[in-house]
Design a protein around this ligand. Structure first.
Ligand code: KG4
Ligand code: ZN
Length: 331
């Protein structure tokens, strides 16, 4: 079954065609990062206007690259939330219109759930049950995925998402947007044991990153005020290590407690090489299998939306055209 996926929740206009939820025939991404970079973050109004400008072209390219036409596909999936409402509306309306005109089943996909499915693309044999950590710019969720479409969220962030902490600290340090890749890059040149930052004591499998973010910012502010010399690389590396340790420790604990010895990571922060390495190491120590999407499927893309849409359609889940864009929804 061929499904067209459309993703426009933030600053990427993306369309993809995926076969049976696992095989990507095309995955076209028009990134607006260069435009928003100059503002230090995503400007919602500019983002939605760019989506309007690019959506037809991106969908056309997805068909061309797959060597297919719209008559070949059997379903249309689009992100309906969470995200920027003006941006979401562009992809969602396009998908509904295409589905209506071509009489194809339409399915609305939760963006956070979509991220999980990037793993089923990278690992065609991977099956639930799985422990999944979704870490992106807007979300930090620890999930027990019992089966496709059947999951329990056991942990969330109480405040900032992991990626948000990366972005805010990078912005403060003058490293630009998006902050995650910038911190990841310069942290390689720093001493991660140079500074000890506090780990928030949050109950159960929940997280909190805003205290850590403030601690890093206050620390750097103090160093600047005192005129003390320091290396931004050391700050970046020490901060990154702290975030990575919290994420890895709680995820491993959940795997051990549930005895589900398979961990998958998803979302933009899953592209972080320090996080990937630490998971590899700790999972090996505990005989847990570790899965992480290819880099291009960690950050926002429509292939993961098409994949998730496929598994929904397989279970007979079809959405109504009344399904609207929803900026704030959890899993
Ligand atoms: O999944 P995503 O593309 O969008 C959301 O759904 O939010 O994630 C974007 C987030 C941003 O916060 C970005 O800084 C972060 O993922 N990110 C990274 C890395 N690459 C992207 N964070 C840490 N290290 C990276 N290499
Ligand atoms: Zn995302």
């Amino acid at each position: 079954m061929l499904v067209l996926g459309i993703e426009t929740s933030c600053d990427e206009t993306s369309a993809a065609i995926v076969e049976n939820g696992r095989k990507v025939l095309s995955n076209v991404i028009y990134s607006q990062i260069d435009i928003h970079h100059q503002f230090g973050g995503v400007v919602p109004e500019i983002a939605s206007r760019k989506h309007v400008e690019k959506i037809s072209y991106v969908v056309d390219m997805a068909f061309k690259q797959a060597g297919l036409t719209v008559d070949d596909i059997e379903g249309v999936a689009a992100t309906y939330g969470p995200g920027l409402v003006g941006s979401l509306l562009v992809g969602l309306s396009f998908a509904k219109a295409l589905s209506f005109s071509k009489k194809l089943p339409f399915v609305a996909v939760n963006h956070i759930e979509g991220h999980i499915y990037a793993n089923f693309i990278t690992y065609p044999q991977l099956m639930p049950p799985l422990i999944v950590l979704v870490v992106s710019g807007g979300h930090t969720n620890l999930i027990v995925l019992k089966d496709f479409e059947e999951y329990e969220v056991v942990g969330k962030t109480r405040d900032d998402a992991a990626g948000e902490a990366f972005d805010k600290i990078a912005r403060y340090l003058g490293l630009g947007y998006p902050g995650g890749p910038a911190i990841n890059k310069i942290a390689k040149l720093g001493d991660e044991d140079k500074y000890k930052y506090p780990i928030a004591d949050v109950e159960g499998y929940n997280f909190s990153f805003s205290g850590l973010k403030s601690a890093v910012i206050n620390h750097v502010h103090g160093l600047w005020q005192k005129g003390e010399e320091f290396k931004v690389e050391d700050v970046a590396a020490s901060f990154q290590k702290t975030v990575v340790n919290i994420l890895v420790e709680k995820t491993i604990n959940l795997s051990l407690e549930t005895n589900i010895k398979k961990i998958a990571v998803a979302g933009g922060v899953a592209a972080n090489t320090r996080l990937r390495d630490e998971f590899c190491k700790k999972c090996a120590e505990h005989s847990i299998e570790f899965f992480v999407p290819d880099f291009n499927y960690c950050t926002d893309n429509a292939a993961m939306i098409a994949s998730c849409g496929y598994f929904k359609l397989q279970k007979g889940i079809v959405s109504s055209y009344r399904e609207n864009a929803v900026p704030y929804i959890s899993l």
